[in-house]
Structure formats: structure tokens, C-alpha cells
Design a protein around this ligand. Structure first.
Ligand code: PRX
Length: 658
């Protein structure tokens, strides 16, 4: 079949803000007339059919909630990420892939090549029975085939749900069930640093008892021995060969409604069960592109290196969809920052002459710990812009990044956003709006932030003071989540019910007299460990699964590298540990093993303190405030403990603090 020529639009970005004044004008317009503002931006994309009128650009209410952008418009996001670039930049690298080991060859996929691979794999999906709207779970390492799989799903209108390679079989099983997924794409294994993770075998465990999965497509990466089940499991490479033998290449991009789901991505909340955040085709595309082009001030031909994993939202939005829809070159790195040594990022920057580096504060802090040695002899002069995401960045890490990586020449963007927001909501625009170390600074155009007190009353500064409050948003932007998969009520109660007519982020923040925001952290029971969101209830549920555990309470505490560490207080009944080893250490390890099984190694507590009781009110509620303070090292001002059922337990916990 021939490549179906679609109209290309030259890749200039007329909506790229070029000065502080332009930012102010854009912001003003976006607030006064959001539909007109986003209609102008959306006109720069390839639509199979546009929305009928300005009224259809945005319809919403936060009561249900219902948010629709570009209602009635038709598109396929892959035509925007691939086809429209073929004519003008077909030979330009779309993806550069750097493997885990520096001894292995890197790979470059031009836009033409990526288009070809995506079309081919889209045929594979169709041949295996995948249809528009089917949920496809993707559990792979960071190899080009992961991006290809994601885009191939989008090509045929299947809804992808990528699961980070660090999650356990049980977590996958829960997600497969919740999403009612019928297909899986995975690898035999994944290389991560010195480790070789047996992905397929984890999938096999996840599939015990699963009746919905029709097909598992397995891509070869590590050559780890795998069991392939007849009738269910097929090799990626064999399937590609069938497609080639049949002479199938180009495939039409499925016509999607702007509001059709594009993907589901699970994220933790304050309840025990992760939520399937749903993003849709039109708004998500426009928003990730707009934020990519503006926050990073992307210039054609620059090389953008986002170090996140595609298993998280950052990888979805700023490795795949944002950069590719902007015709950028996006670097995909399989490994970790410290393998084979702590100079790995700098080697990659040097090797590919990376222009934009986007990483997490936890990675910066971890690399700071290795001193300046790993930076020596690395040419970082190609770097133009640096970015951070995922957690508050402390000033020390900010200055280190600025001085030793950016050589004081590169603006640093501190980008605040969430899985639910699709793209960046608060950030300085690189070199355009001022940076302020450890402050995410100003909301992007279209983003109407406000701070509220516990009662939902807006916090307004009197004079020039800095104010604090819970961070909320008044009106939708195109990248806002539309629902939580299979349970819209959960979406409403989680985000839209705490305060009337507002989206509640779950974060607390400060605002200075100039309107800059500084995120102070979560105000709900969600932890941020190395930039990963983990619900305390989820960890508690996992710990409580362990035989002998009566009850547990999990809180966060400040951790030098991870930002937050996980501190668990556990009531353990059973003398097994004492009898066999005379110490609780073996039980600790058993509990860690249980958490690894139930969630994954990322949720393992850093500290486990055995206690005989937990501080509870007479109504049975755990006073987490007290536990949090003790974990943070504060043993004096614990506040009022008189309402506790058994105040004596507090002294015991204080004395046993780890
Ligand atoms: O608490 C905020 C923190 O990460 C949370 C969102 O986590 P997740 O959905 O996993 O997405 C992470 C990547 C977008 C937020 O509620 N967070 C994210 N970025 C920042 C941040 N905290 C402070 N500063 C940031 N730049």
C-alpha cells in the first residue's frame, strides 16, 4: 500500500512565546477567552476533521466532571507525530536510542524509519486481533520497540496502558483486571544497570488466573530463557516477519474522535488502589506539544534528552508525544545514571551533543554524591536548557545543576505537573520568564491556579506577603484527565469534590508577591519517593498481607537522595523472628519481600520499626501527624496527645525510633 500523502505543515511554532511580554499577553488571552486561545494553537495540527465552531472547542463543568476539548473533531495523533514530518524531515532523527551498556551500539530512527516501524507493528497488532478501543498493556524496558508499540496502538486506536518495568506481577494483575486488558506487549527481559529483569516471567506470574488476555507479544532483548505458551504467546520478530512476507507496510491511521481515549496510566492516590488516569487524543496532543515547545523553547534540530522512563507520564509526554508531535529529536536511554559509572549522563550528553536535558532532582542529588570527578573531561557545551520534574528541587541541588552541568549558561526549568495534568502546568519558560531556585514559578497560559484554605476559601495576599495554601485549578486546560478508567465517580471524589468547582491537585504551595509558586509537597497521604508517587495506604496494604503483621502505618520522612523515604511502623505478632534469630531483622526482610511481591521494589520501606501499638484516637483513627513527626526526628513538640486512647504508646515509639 502506498503512503497516503497528508498535508504537511512546516514546523515552525507560531505559538512559541518569545519574551516575558508575550507570555503576559498569551496568559491574559488564555484566561479571557480560553476557546479562542486554544483554537489558535490547535490550528497548527493535522486534523482529519476540525471542530465545527468555537463553541465546540471547550465544553465543561467540574460538577460531574465533564470536560470536552475540540468536540466532534477527528484526528490520529500518529499523523501529527510521524506522517506530517515525512516530507520535510523524513531523514531527521526522530528517536536516538542509547542502550544500557555503552559497549553496545546506539541506534537512530529517522522519522521515515519510525513511521515504517510503527506501521509494521500496527499491522502486527491488527493481525493478532487488536481492535480500536481494546486495552493493550505494555510492560517493556526502554528500547525503541517500546515507543513503537505505544505509537502503533495509537495508530489503530487501541488504548495503551504502559506499566513501569519495576512493578510486580501482582500490581500488573490488578491493572490488567481494572483496565480489562486483552493484549500484552512485553520483552523477554530488560537491562537496567547491572541487572537483567525477567519481564516475561513477571508477566507469566501476572497472568495466572487471568481469562481476558488473548495474546502476549514478546520482543527479544536480553535472551533470558522464557516460557512461550502455545496459542497465547508470540514473538515480536516472528510477527514482523509475517507482515513483511505479506508485503504489508503503510497502514491508514484510524480516525479518532478528539475525545476518544488515547491511553490509561495508573498512578497512586491516597486510597489503597491505583487509579487508571485516562487521557484523550485531541487535548492531550495539543497540550503536550504546546508545553514542550514553550517550556523548553525547543528549536528545530535540537536534541532533547528526557531521562524518565516511558512507564511514567513524563516519558509519555516528553519522550514520545510532545517531542515527536513537534518534529523534534528525542533521546531514549535504556539504562540508569550510575551504570557503568556516575558519568553516564554526561557521556551521553557529550556523545550526542544533547541540547536539552530533562531529569529528576533525585537523579541530580544522587550524582552530586559522586563529586565532580565523573564530570571531568566531559564536553557539556552543547547543553542549552536544563529541566527538572517530579518533586521539589532543593536549592543545593539546583545550584549544583546550574554551576557544574549548565556552567551557569543554561536556564533551568522547574516543571510542576502530574500524571493527571498530562503536561506541565507551572514552570518558567526557558530563558524567557525568570527562574527562581526551588520555585516552579508561573502558571503556563491556560492554567488558572489558586490557593485555598481547608474550607476551600481562596487565599489572597494582603500586600506583598507570600501566602500558603492548597493548590487548586479553576478551569480546564486541554491536557486534564477526563476520567479514571471504569469509575468516573472515583475521578470526581478524588479531584473535584474536595472543593467546589475546582480541580484539587493534592499539593500544598506558596505564592509570592510576583505570582510565583513554590510547591511544598503533598498534603494528602501520598509519598514522593525518588520522584515516584506512592500511596501510604498501598504500602500498608502490602505490609499487612504479610503473615504475622497485625497492623501497620506508613509515613514519609526527609531523605537526602530520594526526597522522601518510607517509614513503616508495624505491629507484628508472632515470635518467629525472636525464636529463630533473636532479632527482628529477618522479619523486616520478609516484610520487604512481601512489599516487593505486592507492589514492586520501589515501594519498599527504608525503615521498619516494630511497635506494640499505634497512636489512635478514641474513635480508632491513627494519628499520623504524630508518627510523621517522630519519623522526621521531632520528638518534643508532638502536639496534643491527650485525645489518644493510649498516650503511653507514644513514648515507646519515640524511644524505639530508628
Ligand atoms: O507532588 C507533586 C510532585 O509530583 C506529583 C505528581 O506525581 P506524578 O503524577 O507521578 O507525576 C510526576 C511527573 C510529572 C505532584 O503532585 N511534583 C511533580 N513535579 C514537581 C513536583 N513537586 C515539586 N516540584 C515539581 N517540579
Amino acid at each position: 500500500m502506498a503512503y497516503n500523502k497528508i498535508k504537511t505543515i512546516a514546523m515552525s511554532y507560531p505559538y512559541q512565546i518569545k519574551s516575558l511580554d508575550e507570555y503576559k499577553v498569551a496568559y491574559q488571552k488564555s484566561i479571557e477567552d480560553p476557546a479562542a486561545f486554544w483554537e489558535d494553537v490547535a490550528n497548527n495540527f493535522v486534523w482529519k476533521k476540525k471542530w465545527n465552531s468555537k463553541e465546540d472547542v471547550l465544553q465543561w463543568n467540574f460538577k460531574e466532571p465533564k470536560v470536552e476539548w475540540f468536540k466532534g473533531a477527528k484526528l490520529n495523533i500518529t499523523e501529527n507525530c510521524l506522517d506530517r514530518h515525512l516530507e520535510e524531515r523524513g531523514n531527521q532523527p526522530a528517536l536516538i536510542w542509547e542502550p544500557n551498556s555503552p559497549d553496545e551500539q546506539s541506534r537512530v530512527l529517522s522519522y521515515k524509519k519510525l513511521h515504517e516501524k510503527v506501521c509494521q507493528f500496527a499491522h502486527v497488532l491488527k493481525n493478532n486481533g487488536v481492535k480500536k478501543g481494546d486495552r493493550v498493556c505494555i510492560y517493556m524496558g526502554m528500547i525503541p520497540q517500546l515507543a513503537i508499540a505505544v505509537l502503533a496502538c495509537a495508530r489503530i486506536g487501541a488504548i495503551h496502558s504502559v506499566i513501569f518495568g519495576g512493578f510486580s506481577a501482582q500490581s500488573i494483575a490488578d491493572r490488567l483486571e481494572d483496565a480489562q486488558a486483552s493484549f500484552i506487549i512485553t520483552c523477554d527481559g530488560a537491562f537496567r544497570g547491572a541487572k537483567d529483569i525477567p519481564l516475561k516471567s513477571v508477566i507469566d506470574d501476572a497472568l495466572i488466573g487471568n481469562k481476558n488476555i488473548k495474546r502476549v507479544i514478546v520482543c527479544t532483548r536480553t535472551r533470558t530463557p522464557v516460557s512461550m505458551i502455545k496459542g497465547r504467546d508470540v514473538w515480536w520478530e516472528d510477527e514482523i516477519q509475517h507482515v513483511e512476507e505479506k508485503g504489508l507496510s503503510y497502514i491508514d491511521a484510524e480516525e479518532m474522535d478528539a475525545e476518544d481515549p488515547l491511553f490509561i496510566l495508573y498512578t497512586s492516590g491516597s486510597t489503597g488502589k491505583p487509579k487508571g488516569v485516562v487521557h484523550t487524543c485531541g487535548g492531550y496532543m495539543v497540550y503536550t506539544n504546546y508545553t514542550f515547545v514553550n517550556v523548553f523553547q525547543y528549536q528545530p534540530e535540537q536534541i532533547h534528552f528526557c531521562t524518565a522512563d516511558i512507564g511514567w507520564i513524563t516519558g509519555h509526554s516528553y519522550i514520545v508525544y510532545g517531542p515527536l508531535s513537534a518534529g523534534a529529536t528525542s533521546l531514549l536511554f535504556e539504562g540508569v545514571p550510575t551504570f557503568p559509572d556516575a558519568g553516564r549522563f554526561w557521556d551521553i550528553v557529550d556523545k550526542f551533543k544533547v541540547n536539552i536535558l530533562y531529569t529528576a532532582p533525585t537523579a541530580i542529588r544522587s550524582l552530586m554524591g559522586f563529586g565532580l570527578g565523573p564530570l571531568q573531561g566531559k564536553d557539556l557545551s552543547s547543553l542549552k536548557i536544563l529541566g527538572t520534574v517530579g518533586e521539589p528541587i532543593n536549592e543545593e541541588a539546583w545550584h549544583w545543576y546550574d554551576e557544574f552541568v549548565g556552567k551557569k549558561k543554561c536556564p533551568i526549568v522547574d516543571t510542576w505537573w502530574q500524571t493527571e495534568t498530562g503536561g506541565v502546568l507551572i514552570s518558567n519558560l526557558a530563558g524567557i520568564t525568570p527562574a527562581k531556585p526551588s520555585w516552579a514559578t508561573l502558571p503556563l497560559p491556560g492554567v488558572q491556579m489558586l490557593l485555598v484554605d481547608e474550607n476551600g476559601k481562596e487565599v489572597v495576599a494582603e500586600g506583598e506577603e507570600t501566602v500558603a495554601g492548597n493548590l487548586c485549578i479553576k478551569a480546564p486546560w486541554p491536557g486534564i484527565l477526563r476520567t479514571t478508567y471504569g469509575d468516573h465517580e472515583r475521578c470526581r471524589t478524588n479531584y473535584f469534590a474536595t472543593y467546589d468547582n475546582m480541580y484539587f491537585t493534592g499539593d500544598g504551595a506558596l505564592r509570592d508577591k510576583d505570582g510565583n509558586y513554590r510547591i511544598t509537597g503533598r498534603v494528602d497521604d501520598v509519598l514522593n519517593v525518588s520522584g515516584h508517587r506512592i500511596g501510604t495506604a498501598e504500602v500498608e496494604n502490602a505490609i499487612n498481607m504479610h503473615a504475622g503483621v497485625v497492623e501497620s502505618a506508613v509515613v514519609g520522612y526527609p531523605h537526602d537522595v530520594k526526597g522522601q523515604g518510607i517509614y513503616a511502623y508495624v505491629i507484628y505478632q508472632g515470635s518467629h523472628a525472636q525464636n529463630t534469630h533473636g532479632t527482628g531483622d529477618i522479619v523486616r526482610k520478609d516484610i520487604l519481600q512481601t512489599v516487593t511481591r505486592m507492589i514492586g521494589a520501589i515501594a519498599k520501606p527504608d525503615k521498619i520499626q516494630f511497635v506494640s501499638g499505634l497512636p489512635k484516637t478514641r474513635s480508632g483513627k491513627i494519628m499520623r501527624r504524630i508518627l510523621r513527626k517522630i519519623a522526621e526526628g521531632e520528638t518534643e513538640n508532638l502536639g496534643d496527645t491527650s485525645t489518644l486512647l493510649d498516650p503511653g504508646v507514644v513514648d515507646e515509639i519515640k524511644n524505639g525510633r530508628l
